[in-house]
Design a protein around this ligand. Structure first.
Ligand SMILES: [Zn+2]
Length: 354
């Protein structure tokens, strides 16, 4: 991704690209700022720009940027895409060190990295070695790193990324010029959620508003909320599978209206219209997956794979014609909600249809 596509952090981008355009980028940098605001993304874009075969002049405040077209840029896009997907990949000119499963970065890992930096990168001009969550560096690791920071290898830039710069040793901190990253505005968080994570805009606006300016926080909240909505939908469908009498069905559907994990902003125990609409989406998702399971469709297309057992039990309890009817009914309920019908009225109607 070219630096121009990074959202926010104009000051940091100006600082970094001015230095890069004058071949004066310090060999060690400390990217400090709250988690989830895009520090690693900027480090990756900087690495791409430093290795671009035909760097371009950026629009202010960016002094130099990647072209986005050359062989090196294409390789960067590919690798970053894989990294986002969770694949453990690296280029020789772009290395990322992350904490191990005990949340620390051991000295062996740093020694391995330093051994690599003795050579120029074979696949690029300048190696950018990102140490992500650098506050996880053990003291021995920091001491090992110090030597490299004192006599930096010619073709490598070390970027220490952290939200807790003060937990690093003073000797390390003093050798790394600090680049500050602040929280993003809600608009910026929305933009990243829509553009890079394919989130629906209305949803993104709502999540961004409570994200504290952090895309990471917004995504974590969204994942938590998704699971809560999905579980509520599964519980309601389980209850409906058993309930025959209308009163029992109405009772079962109340579960879809109930807030999980405490009360809302105004102390309410029931959901807002928007939150209820999201629940209906979750209900539809589960019914869709149950239908796919009932006809033994390719399970890779199923969205709720982690609860495949529960979905399979629902598929058996509901059977195909009822699932099709349920899907249509939820669709109509959503339409009614869009036309301003009361959530409670919609829920009661739906209880008798499913
Ligand atoms: Zn390029």
């Amino acid at each position: 991704m070219p630096l121009a596509d990074c959202i926010g952090h104009r000051q940091a981008l100006a600082l970094l690209t001015r230095a890069a355009s004058r071949a004066a980028l310090p060999p060690t940098l400390l990217f400090a700022g709250p988690p989830g605001v895009g520090k690693f993304t900027v480090a990756a874009a900087l690495a791409q720009a430093l290795n671009c075969e035909a760097p371009v002049e950026g629009a202010a405040p960016i002094h130099v940027d990647a072209c986005g077209q050359c062989r090196s840029c294409k390789r960067f896009s590919r690798v970053l895409e894989q990294m986002r997907g969770g694949t453990d990949v690296a280029l020789d000119c772009f290395v990322r060190i992350v904490p191990d499963d005990k949340a620390s970065i051991k000295v062996d890992v740093i020694r391995g990295l330093l051994a690599r930096t003795a050579f120029r990168p074979f696949d690029g001009k300048r190696r950018v070695a990102v140490i992500d969550e650098a506050d996880a560096l053990e003291v021995a690791s920091q001491n090992a790193l110090l030597k490299a920071l004192e006599e930096p290898p010619a073709a490598t830039v070390f970027v220490l990324v952290t939200s807790r710069p003060d937990s690093l040793l003073e000797t390390v901190r003093s050798r790394c010029p600090r680049v500050r990253f602040g929280p993003l505005s809600p608009d910026m968080v929305t933009e990243v959620l829509v553009r890079d994570h394919g989130m629906d805009r209305a949803r993104a606006v709502a999540v961004a508003a409570v994200s504290g300016g952090s895309v990471g926080e917004a995504l974590a909240r969204e994942a938590g909320a998704f699971t809560a909505d999905r579980d509520a939908a599964l519980d309601v469908l389980d209850a409906l599978a058993q309930a025959r009498a209308p009163s029992a069905r109405l009772q079962a559907m109340q579960g879809l209206m109930r807030r999980t994990g405490g009360r809302g902003k105004k102390g309410e125990a029931t959901l807002s219209r928007q939150a209820f609409a999201t629940r209906l989406d979750a209900l539809k998702g589960v019914v869709r997956d149950a239908s796919a399971t009932a006809v033994e469709a390719d399970p890779r297309g199923v969205g709720n794979a982690d609860v495949a057992d529960r979905v399979a039990r629902l598929a058996a309890a509901f059977e195909m014609p009822r699932l099709v009817r349920a899907f249509t009914a939820i669709d109509r309920a959503q339409g009614a909600l869009d036309r301003n019908a009361q959530p409670k009225v919609v829920a009661d109607w739906l209880a008798l249809q499913l």
